[in-house]
Design a protein around this ligand. Structure first.
Ligand code: ADP
Length: 151
């Protein structure tokens, strides 16, 4: 017997969780698609954050719900505006890696006040998008941990 309390064991487990154990599938659009198409994709794929890639499939930016709402205010034709005009672009995108600790990724979400991080792999000229880590993934980790405790 280790002499550790239940909460010590829980904390220990939480501290070992990595991004890849909880990440979701990323939803990606090309930087040349229109704001209109990005809105459709967001609804159809049922996500709150889209990742934007260039023609080489490298991470170029991020689109949130509010980015798309903001672009929709006014009289512009949303079919004419490419998403690269309105996205948050590299190098200002906060990223994470599959082997990062879940708690570190969660801290980035809090510090930057954002809902999702692209899980990336570094390649020669940029980053490939491998996954999506959201606040929902963190909630799931927390609930799973709590449930283990009960059962
Ligand atoms: P919403 O804007 O719908 O509340 P977020 O809080 O995630 O969603 O996004 C807030 C702003 O931060 C948006 O302008 C968005 O483009 C940007 N953003 C979202 N995710 C990231 C990220 N991983 N790195 C940098 N900026 C991001």
């Amino acid at each position: 017997f280790t002499g550790k309390t239940g909460s010590e064991l829980l904390t220990e487990k939480l501290k070992k969780y990595t991004v890849q154990e909880f990440q979701s599938i990323p939803v990606v659009v090309n930087e040349d698609v229109s704001v209109y198409d990005a809105i459709c994709t967001m609804f159809l794929e049922d996500v709150g954050t889209l990742f934007v890639v260039n023609d080489k499939a490298l991470l170029a930016g991020v689109l949130s719900r509010k980015d798309l709402l903001r672009a929709s205010i006014g009289n512009q034709d949303l079919r004419e505006i490419p998403v690269h005009i309105i996205m948050t672009r590299m190098p200002n995108v906060t990223i994470c890696y599959k082997d990062d600790l879940l708690l570190e990724a969660g801290q980035s979400l809090i510090d930057r006040q954002i809902d999702a991080l692209p899980v990336v792999k570094e390649v020669e000229h940029g980053y490939e998008v491998m996954g999506r880590l959201t606040k929902t993934n963190l909630t799931k980790a927390l609930v799973e941990l709590g449930r283990d405790q009960i059962m």
